[in-house]
Design a protein around this ligand. Structure first.
Ligand code: CP
Length: 301
């Protein structure tokens, strides 16, 4: 992991994933570890973010490093026509590590090929969000006591939702059973279903949010309005699924509801007070997991 970019969750082996989760537990117990005092981390967000950016910046601060960057590409020379290649070449002269979110699929891989320093993909279009996956895995392991043999329901926008793509790939190391709940327009893309078939991993597709009593994890997602080219199509599917507290009645006692957030309507606020709602703690786990990722890449742990 040392000095290696993290572009896709497939860049990490099963053992490397488990190592990050172990480190995240260390940082949760010991959150102030100024081990990177001499380092500068660039945070380049070409797309909006609340959790990913702020939890990365918190992680960087807790590790004692300094942050440079922008939260809105309109304040960068991108608006003057500077290419991503030139931006990355410049920033890699200034920083020891680059965290980047960008709307284009494949942009993180491209950036990693141009950069002199490692790149962490903080989300590239509808493609991948590997650091979200690592915090999702940390949350699952913390609440279920294991990552093995779990039944995971993924609900909502499985087409454009990058978090489910990365999570599916990572969980494939741990013998899961998946239930994909999505309308026709937002089904899990074929390449991810092929990925599961090649590995002999069981999955089911359904249109209704039923059979929830089988779930260990119910992973809700937002319909990704910003990825639709046709606003009418978004209007048709935006409220396809709304989870309400009453729907959790017959679910397993230790079942947890996860969501990468932000949510819009897909989880009613009456779920928030349920012990099964774990999405806010999940977001908190992002700080410890991102501390673990940064320290592994910078080679301090
Ligand atoms: N989960 C997530 O990526 O949230 P933000 O878009 O707020 O960073």
């Amino acid at each position: 992991m040392k000095n290696k970019s993290l572009v896709s969750i497939s860049d990490y082996t099963r053992d490397e994933i488990l190592r990050i989760l172990e480190l995240a537990a260390f940082y949760e117990a010991n959150p102030n570890q100024p081990e990177l005092k001499e380092k500068v981390v660039a945070s380049l967000f070409f797309e909006p973010s609340t959790r990913t950016r702020l939890s990365f910046e918190t992680a960087i601060n807790r590790l004692g490093a300094r942050v440079i960057g922008f939260t809105d590409s309109s304040s960068s020379s991108t608006t003057k026509g500077e290419t991503l290649k030139d931006t990355i070449k410049m920033v890699s002269n200034y920083a020891d590590l680059i965290v980047m979110r960008h709307p284009l699929e494949g942009s993180a891989r491209y950036a990693s090929e141009q950069s002199r320093v490692p790149i962490i993909n903080a989300g590239d279009g509808a493609n991948q969000h590997p650091t979200q996956t690592l915090l999702d895995l940390y949350s699952i392991q913390k609440t279920q006591g294991t990552l093995e043999n779990l039944t995971v329901f993924m609900v909502g926008d499985l087409k454009y939702g990058r978090t489910v793509h990365s999570l599916l790939m990572a969980l494939s190391h741990f013998n899961p059973v998946f239930h994909f709940v999505a309308p026709k327009e937002l089904e899990m893309p074929c390449e991810y279903k092929a990925f599961l078939r090649e590995r002999g991993i069981e999955f089911y597709e359904q249109k209704e949010m039923n059979n929830l009593e089988q779930a260990d994890i119910l992973y809700m997602t937002r319909v990704q309005k910003e990825r639709f080219s046709d606003p009418m199509e978004y209007e048709r599917v935006k409220n396809a699924y709304v989870l309400r507290n009453a729907m959790l009645e017959k679910t397993k006692e230790n079942m947890k509801v996860l969501h990468p957030l932000p949510r819009v309507n897909e989880i009613h606020t009456d779920v928030d007070s349920s012990e099964k709602a774990y999405y806010f703690q999940q977001a908190e786990n992002g700080v410890y997991t991102r501390m673990a990722i940064i320290s592994a890449i910078m080679g301090i742990k």
